[in-house]
Design a protein around this ligand. Sequence first.
Ligand SMILES: [Zn+2]
Length: 541
Amino acid sequence: MSDITVFQAKTILTMDPTMPSATHVAVRDGRILAIGDATCADQWGAVTQDSSLCDAVLMPGFVEGHAHMMAGAIWEFAYTGYHDRIDPEGRLWTGLSSLEDVVARLSEIEATLTPGAPLIGWGFDPIFLRDERLSRAHLDRVSTERPIAILFSNFHLMCVNSAALDLVGYSEATNVEGVVKGRDGAPTGELQEMAAMFPIMRRLGIDFRALSQKQSAIRSYAQVATRAGVTTVTDLFSQLEDEDLDVMFSVTGETDFPLRIVPALAASGDPATLATRALGLKAKSTNKVRLGAVKLMTDGSIQGWTARVKWPGYVGGQPNGIWNMAPEQIYATCAALHAAGVQMHIHVNGDEASEVVIDALAAAMRQASWPDHGHVLQHGQMMDGAQFQRCADLGISVNLFANHLWYFGDQHVALTIGRDRANRMDAVRSALDAGLTVGIHSDAPVTPLGPLFTAWCAVNRQTMTGKVLGASQRISVPEALYAITMGAAKTLKLDGEIGSISVGKRADFAILGSNPLEVDPTTLKDIPVLGTVFGGRATLV
Ligand SMILES: [Zn+2]
């Protein structure tokens, strides 16, 4: 057998303007050797023709620029969300549209558990079930003996039953911020943010780091990615301790592991120490694990009213959100990391947060010159034309949260920022018009990983109730396909290696059932993903 394989496809969309489409791609040593027709690699010697994908459409493997490793392992917990979701094995879990349904599903699962084991759920989102608030009374109907904890979809809140409250001694007498109490003075079961949640998490063994760093977690993340046609994925807030890295290198090092992972180190503590640590990590990168970038978490989430927004604030008069990192710390961290040559991915949801971060990066750039820094504002949900223009002037990229339009668009109109500002949320059109490098993302597991769905959101801007949110911000299908391949690859500074089907790049492809350029744009999300080719090796789902 020759060491050159020529894959035949129905069509190959390359995302490379020098040859936008082809029928054959030749692969040697995991890289793209030639592209064109059946004879494309004849100059290179004997070839093996592979026609197993001849009815499929190939694209560059999709790149998910903002997701989290626990998107796979979170399925060890019971899904209690409002939307239909598909687990890593491909099983459909229907969404739960009432608290009764939540109690019913939990009761069903409770009956299957061994005595004493806690019942843990995830994905619950109170913004969709506003008649009544989930409380310990609901969960006590599932069990009064077994501790139960339901994580909300934003991972910043949870609700627990009485047995779980007893386990950590939360009562009327408790005085811990975030332990919500009812009119009777007793805890309702709802716990907000880490100080209140952590004691329960420790007792019940809920550990986000462990959820992300076990061998099985990394493998199920790869399953989730392959199902979505993704060959390069991020883990955008990672502790990256030495033992975590050992596990990651060993699992990803297996020949048939079909995913490149780009973890970003979670920013905390002294900026100079952080910079040194990031540079040390960068030196340990492999082909499948790309280290060296840092993730900063600035404000909260818009649908949780914890994002920092500019005047006129939230339409319901809620107080402005919270800083997870104080502005002075943002300034100091941006200055130190930029000066040290460390790329930053910076979480900004509200427009006050994006403004502060652009100011901080501009200040950092006045201190130290680094033209190809590649810093990225992540989410950037409320950014307007003026902020995009400043990003263009400063060489900053954006990765916009297009999935939000469908998942939370109606809620933003009705409950958070109102129709006018919701119309310019995740303004991909404005960002492209300003000349920016633009990615679009899912933030999985917050919303499901699926770049074709994300592209559909940016193209159609349709909400869950079928309304169009800000028609002027829609983009074309080719622009959306670019954003989920080359655009995202650029935000990771990997566009020289992945993102298009070009000679010399890695042979990473998404295998699709039909051609995204030929389907009705309103059905982009329905195109079947058949699997991926990773480094020249096909994995079908
Ligand atoms: Zn995220």
